[in-house]
Design a protein around this ligand. Sequence first.
Ligand SMILES: Cc1cc2nc3c(=O)[nH]c(=O)nc-3n(C[C@H](O)[C@H](O)[C@H](O)COP(=O)(O)OP(=O)(O)OC[C@H]3O[C@@H](n4cnc5c(N)ncnc54)[C@H](O)[C@@H]3O)c2cc1C
Length: 411
Amino acid sequence: MTSSPINVAIIGAGLSGLSLALALHQQNIPCTLYERNNAPLNIGGAVMLSPNALKVLDALSVYSRIRTKGYNFETLEYKNGDGKLLEVYEFGSEEKYGYKALRIYRKVLIEELVEMLREKGVQIVFGKKFVKVLEESEESVSWEFADGTVGKASLLVGADGIHSTVRKYLYPDLKPTFAGGMGVTAAVPTEQLKLPPGYHIPVTILTPHGSFVIAPQQVDGSEVLIGKQKRVPKDHDRAGWDAISADKEALVKFLQQDTEHFPEFVRNAVSKIGHGKINVWPYYIVPKIERWTSDKRRIVILGDSAHAIPPSAGQGINQAFEDIYIFALLLGQVNKVDTQDALKFWQEYREQRIAKVMDLNNQIELRRMTKEEREKMPAGSMHEIELSWLYKPNFKEDVDKWVATKSKVAA
Ligand SMILES: Cc1cc2nc3c(=O)[nH]c(=O)nc-3n(C[C@H](O)[C@H](O)[C@H](O)COP(=O)(O)OP(=O)(O)OC[C@H]3O[C@@H](n4cnc5c(N)ncnc54)[C@H](O)[C@@H]3O)c2cc1C
């Protein structure tokens, strides 16, 4: 264990990195963020935050600043093409979990986090690309940036996303796996849909011809995200995906395809789509990896770098917020517990929850299958979805309890 003061270098100023910096600041642990771009990454329009992540953002005093900057809602309905309600899926509930879900533009969230870090004097160095670790000792780690400069800290955290360079130190050959599909989404004005009065959104409409998602965004719900998934038989390189993203007409056509089998408001939704409002999300995952920390525990990966997961339950970012919060809580206790033990507990705790999210993803995918596809699945594959374990976590209590058992052992 080290009881010498910790200072942390965070690679990547995405949502994981920025929120980690806030959480460390809360624990009085100094840190610096390094981001390769000249501004934070802004991909993919709006994101959905569920109560587990909002509890973290509340503890970091972020929630009160963003709650009114996005669309608050509780449930997503699954309906068939005839409008019959098939299932109601909870994304949040003030009564049951303490928070409604919040759909918020990634840019808005990032800007708020950057502003909070600025107010607290936490440094973000933009245009600084991490290249490789130079040396890891029992006390510190040093690394190189693309401009040839060298950094040194007692801990280096790779919050550098699914294609992480920091991860290469732990797994030089690991590449994210292509999951065989992509999401194509667009933002359109809600009024364009001419929804029947009282029709509940967000909704996923399931038909034998595929599913179609409609989810409100903007504070007043005046805009909706519309989207479909597409199976993609083979992976593409960066240039290939860029070409797919750039061909807006083909993407509009894909969104319009088969809509004759959907209600009229879906045809209205796809009738006019601005090219600048279309997003493509290729689905990659990071296969389950054994170690999120190096042997000497001076190098750590988290967020998408450690566990990019499929999008079905919308938990990618939410799980990253869980990572950073528990990580910072534990680092805040290293005067009481061994750092190695703390990081081991952190990874085990997080892995258990991610395994349950993967099961939840599977359950959601089963519900999106056609009847024929579902019938081919082994009997008993589908079970009822229960969400309180996900949405009502006790992160702080769990960490305090673990620290108390360790402190007793030490005493
Ligand atoms: C189009 C799209 C839409 C999505 N929508 C949703 C959604 O609605 N809900 C959801 O839960 N998830 C969504 N996801 C997944 C979600 O974006 C990720 O789970 C989340 O962004 C992970 O955050 P992160 O900070 O770990 O990584 P990232 O957001 O990828 O951030 C990593 C940061 O590290 C920086 N970086 C990378 N390499 C280096 C380096 N060598 N040196 C310095 N900096 C570096 C990058 O520039 C970036 O700023 C979406 C993903 C995509 C692509």
